[in-house]
Design a protein around this ligand. Sequence first.
Ligand code: NDP
Length: 296
Amino acid sequence: MSAQHASCINGQTKIAAVFGWPVAHSLSPAMHNAAFGALNLDWVYAPFAVSPEQLPAAVAAIRALGLRGVNATVPHKEALVALMDDLTPEARAIGAVNTILVEEGRLLGHNTDAVGFERTLQRAGFDARGKHALVLGAGGAARAVVYALLRSRAQVVLLNRSPRRAVELLSRLGASAATGALTASEVGKWAGHVQLVVNATSLGMWPQVEGTPWPQEIPFPPDVLLCDLVYNPRRTPLVGQALQAGARCIDGLWMLVYQGAEAFRLWTGQQPDAELMFRAADDQLGGRDAPFSDRR
Ligand code: NDP
């Protein structure tokens, strides 16, 4: 937030927030405050460290304090489902809320991660319709990704360290797709048949920065798009493997920006500048990995 923006806070200022635990490293305040400032909106966005035990009290405080919008991050997205007055079809299907819209005192739970992922693919010029996608991981982020891919009529293969979780994910979405364990033989079986690879595991994400879900013995396919949801750091070992193979890559910072931009639009009715939000988030990360991000 610019000093000028902060110094303008007054009794009329509308307050948005992110609830997380921990929340200190969230990039959302930088993204949203930059966008509010650029549009000259009298809004401010603040991070709140909310423990899981305090989540119901924090949700009650949204009304008590008159917060205008709230984002949720780890570990609250699933728990918020039961605390909303209503859910969008996306949030209900995915089983997670990452954005709360306050409408006449009622809390409406949205999930903007799916839209964020779809816009990330669009940015990379990738139309998922009819394509084959290999999704690695079956946690909360994978649910939004698989939901979006199925909505785009893509064919999905879902591999996870715990294969049972992959089966559960599909059954929650009421969908059928190939699933399996995240092993070299399974990855090798599918690698040559897909046009998109998505890393939805936390491997490569700080502090597991050395980790990669792609087995070293399986060559990364050169003619695919890799979408690595990890954004800290942006250049993960998996991105390195893919670039070395000649594949196209887009990193998770764009999904973070686009899910945030959609939340911003829902709260304010205005479309923020996604490029500006990206730069604000990237600056907070240190801008270390910028050179590869827009490689198409
Ligand atoms: P979850 O904790 O819900 O899921 C973690 C996933 O990673 C599970 O599939 C888990 O497998 C797998 N995993 C963890 N450690 C290992 C390991 N050592 N070997 C193999 N698999 C492993 O996390 P989320 O789904 O919320 O997040 C996943 C990643 O996506 C994170 O890096 C997160 O930062 C990123 N993310 C990015 C977003 C963006 O906007 N760019 C949005 C949301 C998330 P198992 O089921 O076997 O435990």
